[in-house]
Design a protein around this ligand. Sequence first.
Ligand SMILES: *Cc1c(COP(=O)(O)O)cnc(C)c1O
Length: 502
Amino acid sequence: MKYNSTTDKSIVVSASQAIAQGISGDGGLFVPQEIPQYSLSDIEKLASIDYVGRARKILADYLDDFTAEEIDECVTKAYTAEKFGSDNPAPLSYQKYGDIDMNILELWHGPTSAFKDMALQILPHLLTKSLKKTSPDKEAVILVATSGDTGKAALEGFKDVDGTRIMVFYPVDGVSPMQKRQMTTQLGNNVNVCAIRGNFDDAQTGVKKIFTDKNLIEKLEAKNFIFSSANSINWGRLLPQIVYYFSAYAELVNDGKIKLGDKINVVVPTGNFGNILASYYAFRMGLPINKFICASNSNNVLTDFIKTGTYDKNRSFYATISPSMDILVSSNLERFLYHMTDANDSKVKEWMTKLKTDGVYSVDADVKDKITSIFVGGYCDEDKTKATIDEFFNKYGYICDTHTAVAVSVYKDYVGQTGDKTVTVIDSTASPYKFSGSVLSAVSGGQKLPEDEFEMVEMLNRLTNAPVPAPLAVLKNMKARFDNVCDADEMPKFVLSALGVE
Ligand SMILES: *Cc1c(COP(=O)(O)O)cnc(C)c1O
């Protein structure tokens, strides 16, 4: 199986090259040339094995230059019960919100309490193996732009992994106190963390610029360093996310909620469009999906895009209580457009160029119609997010985080508008304790809240009885190691000095 660049099909690379490089040299993203096809009996087989087995099968079908032993090592090291609390790292929780069934796919049982662990616990294994094949003896420099959760999950995944260095950039005022604490206290000898004066898009643009800065790349190559990415633009991030959609479907069949072959809907709280795109790949592989419901917060650029076919990032940016979705340039949409135009690389290039120069582009009418035949967009503002957390917990007994609440609210609206009774999986992307302040203020009925983050954690625990994830609890007594802050245009300098290169 080969991979192409979204903006130049004549660029063809192997799976390990795609993962090692992260992004194509022309600035495009790598996409698989073919998509493996699963029959219902293949899906039935997946239902009879565990999560690691499901991951082993799906990854092997995409990574054909990995041996079976290599794949096995990656999946068994990543998805351990020790790291994810049980043999199923992506369990379903069957809840009710009034008369609406909420099949909540809890993707946050990993070491950093957000769904990014599903991919970032395995990516370092995929990446180091890919690098051995493509650039032996080089040291990989992983650069990450984060709106909060990716940064910590990447730091945790890569810490002390031989042959790698990792640097994380986050918007100085754009992450929750818990997220900041998780990153600044990170242990490991190959890690670095820096805050950017700007928002997530500034950090992401800065990282993308470094990846295509020929001068900088040459300087580092002379010292045996090679850049790579752990952002969801890396195929090695996206691929592991396909697994939990098959897994959730398998669990629904096993639990008698659906029959094999029945269609389901998926609802995904969306930022960079990675998670929902993984569900689209699952669909293209043969997973019976009816509707993809793309849920946004007040930064509703995707809601408008799905409605109108025009992507317009020229709008106000809101720092919300669901910061991991505070994104105006959803990078993975580029891959989706490539598939939606039947691999029309020149169209994708034209639109992505317009996005860079004008901040806006419009897809053709036929592409728009194709999208709206399967995708629904909706959004939820701050007050509604809080009201949803409050009602879901205080009336119906389930406590969810702010990102999950956006998905729940958008789904509730969707059912109200359409009456669609299709069994639906709602992605839950973070533990409520990662956003204790916002969650508490939603459910505590106006009580005065403590200022200290960990007192809030304790108060939320007293109110809800939901267990506090152990990795969050230990942060209370850890010391911050990193206090770097810089402007976005100083990022290259930071990278060079962190690596000791002049
Ligand atoms: C990253 C993240 C999202 C958005 O996922 P995308 O793949 O970027 O669309 C949603 N919720 C949480 C908690 C996240 O960390």
